[in-house]
Design a protein around this ligand. Sequence first.
Ligand code: UD1
Length: 334
Amino acid sequence: MRNILVTGGLGYIGSHTVVELIKNNYTPIIIDNLSNTEIAVLERLESITNSKLDYYNIDICNGPALSEVFSKHQIDAVIHFAAFKAVGESVEKPLKYYINNINGLNTLLDTMETFKVKNIVFSSSCTVYGEPDSSPVNEAAVTKKANSPYGRTKQIGEDILQDCKFLNTVSLRYFNPIGAHPSSKIGELPLGVPNNLVPFITQTAAGIREKLTVFGSDYNTKDGTCVRDYIHVVDLADAHVKALTFIKENPENKFEVINIGTGNGFTVLEIINTFEKVNNIKLNYSIGPRRPGDVEKVWADASKAKLKLGWEAQLDLNEMLASSWNWQLALKNK
Ligand code: UD1
């Protein structure tokens, strides 16, 4: 197994995964339609990895264009990131999400079947658990009705993959990816007002936003704010490489779901305090009302990832929040 098609390979998680793939002697073939990133990421990836990369500007829903890539390259496995991911927007524009995320997956799988490519790593999310009965949550937990069309596209995506018996699938359920590559050459690109906590924190610290609002302080948690399992994007990228090894070593596998988190939950206030401490910055924030649709607390039981993939998170919250801030600082010069 050598040639890996990375859909959405210039996005936040995709770009970090491309770096880890090259480190591990894979050859990534990137497709990305630049809907939530920019072409400059390609050059930065080439600079980090010191290599020339194969890249195609292709929409994941464009079957004929995908077929051309599969004709040109002998694809051994696919890592499928290309999808929309803004929870709030998905509530406003559900069809945008169902069309892109579901049609995109179907088009990709159809092409894979035609070209007899069976190996796939899928980007799933802890959002498939909805509000879990208890945390840490493990993969056997029932998936509740997702709190957004975005979340439902991940649930439906997993169902489709499970139904396609020709596939050898590993579906990675990410918890909350944050942080950036230590080079500060790649990270999460801001587009408009961030919805997610850490980009909002770094933009507030940089003076781009006036103030961070903490969404709710009356949750049933130790300080009243929501708890999440934040995971460094470099660790997350590495989990994809380990998932490929699993697929290679388990050719009879059909469908496996695996949580990718640290196993530790942190409150919003703990994130803010750690960010301030690690980066020696005072953050302007205040407590506001709850954000509709937010889950109170969720963190991973990450033991299956260790057992099946030999993977566990290496980087701690300090490293996550220091690299997020370094990336924010580097963005000024990009
Ligand atoms: C959610 C989904 C996740 C999905 C991600 C994509 C869940 C449990 N998680 O993450 O699967 O991939 O969206 O965007 O459904 N917060 C503030 N102030 C802010 C922003 C956020 O207090 O300005 C709080 C939120 O209320 C939440 C925490 O920070 O408690 C994390 O929020 P966010 O970064 O948006 O991620 P999730 O909503 O957990």
